[in-house]
Each structure stands twice: as structure tokens, then as C-alpha cells.
Write a protein that binds this ligand. Structure first.
Ligand SMILES: Nc1nc2c(ncn2[C@@H]2O[C@H](COP(=O)(O)OP(=O)(O)O)[C@@H](O)[C@H]2O)c(=O)[nH]1
Ligand SMILES: [Mg+2]
Length: 359
């Protein structure tokens, strides 16, 4: 089995070499470990230090944020034939020696995503500012509420995934990926497990680029969470908003009615009638928007099924079902993929075989 370790890194020359060097190369049941550092615009020697320490460096021409860097890293890991993928930060806050702890639940089939948890075990809680700790707590509560599962740490950048999980995952946020991955995978029924690990609360060098400005982080992250939640549960969001607006309309209508029954006149509360009618119209429009979004969401589900199948055909080593064996095709496909050549997936001109992925 092959493990790829993805490290997004932006101007981390002070720590990246040590982090790459500390990734364990001998792990039970893993035959090969490859480290991929994703650098998208460092102005220091990050790429050079990572390469010197033995990593494969993926340099992106423009800065796409940590979310964009992680997406690129996942794709490259799949192209390199990864069966399991771990991502961790390049600033040395996580200890690469903990990688086997994260892989264990994947290897037993217990989970499809394992995340390091800084808050699951109170003994291991890192030192961090009260505001940051509270922000993390609120974020975990929001994601737990939205998914219906209790999670303690949804923002940690130290995680492990199976290949199948990466085939299913479909993220859009560039600023960060951590909470969106929880929503995306949880709604798709992928089991998620938290493993307590000890991490450094603060960076050894430099300053945090993602979470240093808490209000800005909260704003950008909330946007990603909101959009992701509407994608998956449009009726829960728009249906709830519509219900609240409709309730306002009903209350005003009720008020006007009781006034009319008492005085036999709408005056001086005609305003309540107009406002109630406007609210009812708005509520109806929001409800119809919800219905439309719900239809679109079903199209998305179908598209994701197709995407999953395409990725599986492209990246999973193929085992042809008995009776449709095409000699040598597997090796050819795998070889082309490893060199990242375009068109190495199932081309239209290639014979179609019934194929199942290796588990
Ligand atoms: N490639 C890439 N990596 C980034 C970017 N922003 C942050 N990172 C890396 O993401 C990891 C986490 O960033 P950090 O600033 O420590 O955020 P924090 O741990 O959430 O406070 C580090 O390895 C950073 O070098 C980016 O725009 N591109
Ligand atoms: Mg950090």
C-alpha cells in the first residue's frame, strides 16, 4: 500500500525541512511513503528545503490559498497511486510521528476520514488564546449541529483519508478546507473519526496566516460553511427562512383580524394588512427558491456519482472482472498515470471493460 503525505507550505523555510524529514518512512502495512509539498508562491527557500529533505515539490503558478493547495495535493497524490493520504501543516505544529495513529482507523475500515483532535482529550489540549479556543469550540458546535454528530475539533489540519474518501470528496472553498470536508463527507455517509494527539498550540517560527485574524477567519469560514450547507440541505435553510417570514405574516394578519372583529374597521392598522401580504409573498418566493435549489441539489448528487465513478476509473488500479481481462492494460494505465500524462484515464477509443477497484 502506498501512502502520500501532503504538506501545504507557504514561506516555511524555517521548519519545512524538519517536518519532511520527520515523516516516518517505515509504517506497518505501508510499503511506500511519499511526501508531496505544495508550494504556491513562497518567496523564500521553502521549495528548495523541502526537496533537499526528500519531498516531491508541487509548485503552483499562482497562490490559491491553503484550500486550493490541498485540492492540488490530493489530485497529485491520486495520480501518484496513493491508497492512503495524510495532510499536515509545514510549520511544525503537528508531529509527523503521529501519522500511524491517524492511519490505524483507516486500516481497520473503521473510518474513511480520520482527523487529529486537539480537544478530545483534555490532558492533551494545547495552549492557545482564549478567543481562538472559543472560536474552535463554536465552530465544532456549528458543524456538530449541522451534521447531527458530536465533533470536538473540526478545524485541525492534520488528517488521514482513504483513496475512496478522496474519490467522494468534492470541495469548493479555497481559503480553508477543514470544516467543508466534515460537511461534505458526513452528508455522504463517510465515517469520520477523531483521534486525540498532542500538538503545539503556537507556531515555532513566523505567524499563522489562516487563523491569526479571528473575525476575518470566522467570516470567511462561515461563508464556506453556509454555502456548503445550502448545497446539501437547501430546504432546511430556505424552508426555515420561509417559515419564519410566513409566521411574521400570520402574526400581523391575526393582529389585524382581531382588531377588525373588535372595532369593525381596519383603520388605523391597514399597514398590518399590507405588511402581512408582502411578507406572505416573500415567504412564498423563498419557499419556491428552496424547491428549485432542492431540484438542483439532486442534479449535484447525480454529478457527484459520475465524478466518483470517473475518478475511480482514472485512479484506482483496475482489476478486470473474469472474462473481460485485457492483458497488460493495467500496467500501461498505471505507468502513464504515474507520469501524470494527460488522457491517462479511460479514453473513448479504449475498449471498455467491466472493472472493479481493488479494496
Ligand atoms: N501552499 C500554501 N500553503 C499555505 C497557504 N497558507 C497557509 N499555508 C500553509 O498551511 C499550513 C497552515 O497554515 P498556518 O499559517 O500555520 O495556519 P494555522 O495553523 O491554521 O494557524 C502551513 O503549513 C502554511 O504554510 C497558501 O496560501 N498556500
Ligand atoms: Mg499552523
Amino acid at each position: 500500500m502506498k501512502l502520500c503525505v501532503i504538506i501545504p507550505a507557504l514561506n516555511e523555510e524555517a521548519s519545512i525541512g524538519r517536518v519532511v524529514g520527520e515523516v516516518p518512512r517505515k509504517i506497518d502495512r505501508i510499503d511506500e511513503v511519499e511526501v508531496i509539498v505544495v508550494d504556491d508562491g513562497s518567496t523564500d527557500r521553502t521549495a528548495q528545503c523541502a526537496a533537499d529533505a526528500g519531498a516531491l515539490v508541487l509548485r503552483l503558478p499562482v497562490n490559491r490559498g491553503v484550500g486550493g493547495a490541498i485540492h492540488a495535493g490530493f489530485n497529485r497524490a491520486l495520480e501518484r497511486g496513493a491508497d492512503l493520504v495524510v495532510n499536515l501543516d509545514g510549520d511544525g505544529q503537528f508531529n509527523p510521528a503521529d501519522i500511524p495513529k491517524l492511519l490505524a482507523p483507516l486500516l481497520t475500515g473503521e473510518a474513511g476520514l480520520v482527523t487529529a483532535s486537539r480537544f478530545l482529550d483534555p490532558e492533551l489540549e494545547p495552549e492557545m488564546g482564549a478567543l481562538k479556543r472559543y472560536g474552535n469550540y463554536c465552530m465544532s458546535l456549528i458543524i456538530s449541529f449541522l451534521t447531527g454528530e458530536r465533533y470536538r475539533d473540526v478545524s485541525c489540519g492534520f488528517r488521514a483519508y482513504t483513496q475512496d474518501t478522496l474519490f467522494r470528496m468534492n470541495l469548493h472553498g479555497l481559503f480553508t478546507y477543514t470544516q467543508e470536508a466534515f460537511l461534505d463527507l458526513s452528508f455522504k455517509g463517510v465515517p469520520i473519526k477523531e483521534v486525540p494527539v498532542r500538538v503545539r498550540g503556537t507556531r515555532e517560527h513566523g505567524h499563522s496566516r489562516i487563523a491569526s485574524n479571528i473575525p476575518y477567519y470566522a467570516f470567511r469560514t462561515s461563508k464556506i460553511i453556509f454555502r456548503s450547507f445550502v448545497d446539501y440541505k437547501p430546504m432546511r435553510v430556505l424552508g426555515s427562512i420561509s417559515s419564519v417570514v410566513m409566521l411574521g405574516a400570520l402574526v400581523l394578519a391575526g393582529f389585524l383580524l382581531q382588531h377588525y372583529l373588535r372595532t369593525d374597521s381596519f383603520t388605523p392598522h391597514k399597514w398590518a394588512g399590507f405588511t402581512s401580504a408582502a411578507l406572505a409573498g416573500m415567504g412564498l418566493l423563498i419557499f419556491i427558491t428552496g424547491l428549485l435549489a432542492d431540484m438542483i441539489s439532486r442534479v449535484r448528487v447525480n454529478q457527484e456519482r459520475i465524478l466518483y465513478q470517473l475518478r475511480k476509473n482514472r485512479y484506482a488500479p483496475l482489476h478486470h472482472a473474469p472474462g473481460v481481462v485485457i492483458p497488460g492494460k493495467n500496467e500501461q494505465t498505471r505507468g502513464r498515470q504515474e507520469h501524470g500524462e494527460p488522457g491517462s484515464g479511460t479514453a473513448a477509443s479504449e475498449p471498455i471493460a467491466i472493472a472493479v477497484a481493488k479494496d
